[in-house]
Ligand binder design. Sequence first.
Ligand code: BGC
Length: 521
Amino acid sequence: MPAVGGIGPGTGKDYPGNLTPFVTVTCIVAAMGGLIFGYDIGISGGVTTMTPFLQKFFRSVWEKKEADKSKNQYCQYDSPTLTMFTSSLYLAALLSSIVASVVTRKLGRKLSMLFGGLLFFTGALINGFAKAVWMLIVGRMLLGFGIGFANQSVPLYLSEMAPYRFRGALNIGFQLSITIGILIANVLNYFFAKIKGGWGWRLSLGGAMVPALIITVGSLVLPDTPNSLIERGQTEEAKAKLKRIRGVDDVDEEFKDLVAASETSKLVEHPWRNLLQRKYRPHLTMAILIPFFQQLTGINVIMFYAPVLFSTIGFKDDAALMSAVITGVVNVGATVVSIYGVDKWGRRFLFLEGGVQMLICQAVVAACIGAKFGTSGNPGDLPKWYAIVVVLFICIYVAGFAWSWGPLGWLVPSEIFPLEIRSAAQSINVSINMLFTFVVAQVFLTMLCHLKFGLFLFFAFFVIVMSVFIYYFLPETKGIPIEEMNQVWKSHWYWSRFVEDLDYPNGGMEMGKGGQGVKEV
Ligand code: BGC
């Protein structure tokens, strides 16, 4: 079978440019945008196991948990209001990423980040002082709006700033800060839960103001990307910026291609409708399926509910929070591995290896939980070694995700969209991601209650499907400049039928030099 996924014949382009300190620092600051997302993912699971928090806002869940002590463990946290607390945020993020796509296109990536930071800050403030459930939900919706803006703009910003040879590594800075955010949240929950007086949850929720401030201030000092400046007509400034970013004077070729890409994108009046054109079929497919599959790995079952899950399988509250810290550390460590490997081993290798690793672990965890809890959900006494085995395999699973679908779920979409559809396609990516984060968060506890240990097999099934999909349908994108990306579809066994020479007369570029050659957008 020709070119299932290997790198195509190449584009022959090699833009000069170094990994300058300027671009490195800029990307680190921008990547901090991931902190707000990560902090939130990590904080909610822990807070919802804190007794004072449950007593204050979700009394019925707490009473049920108390009364149920010796009965069915699978169902003790099953409450739609409690899951609504966790998942309302993702609905808001879904909606806001659509608005954010217009802002990122018209006002730039930087301003989107600023809005993200401010909205998130307000949400954190309301949550920290919450007196009633409605305040919690309103606060979380504001957090969600913030995340929608940040997740829309940060990955695009990073991919546009980075020299293409280091694009993978720099872009994964975003995922790294997501994982650091999750870990910090887990550690804080662990300590705040111990505060006498039971108001530690206020610190946990209000603490989100800190990452919000980091991204707010960060966005004020960051430069705009050359792509975005050109898109908004500031060509001279864009060229100067490109020289500064790349650390060389000879940026003519890259600059010309950026301008050409921008001219094409200006011809597009309806970026959304445009996405439906046949030649964007591969992009649209990836914008939908990659985030869908990322969430169907089941990762957020662990991220949101690790403490709940661990206490379900018999850990005391404290040990359950501690185990969440352990998975958090593994998550950060394994992300660093992908930063190291992504531009060396490529995206496909990581996707496929991670898939196999997750699959094995899901099968083992399902077997372990099934063996002890059966279908009644009543385990009797659990030996210590048993809990250790479960935590170990959950950690190996998290590592598998953290060097594959975690970072690549954000990297690959942000690098494959041509400029004329980039903002719109990215917002589809973010919306689908948030939609399925919402679905998983909302139905997980109910699914656990009904599917029992089979829940892990449900996600394992999807891991098989997604790995087969990657094998056949995702071309390798490592080491290809963004402006040249169409080449990879043209040389792909399946996608080549959609992306024809006619569409890209300039040897696989999105447009002819100086914007010629594209008539039908
Ligand atoms: C995903 C999140 C997930 C996180 C875990 C991200 O890439 O989008 O849903 O919680 O990784 O590290």
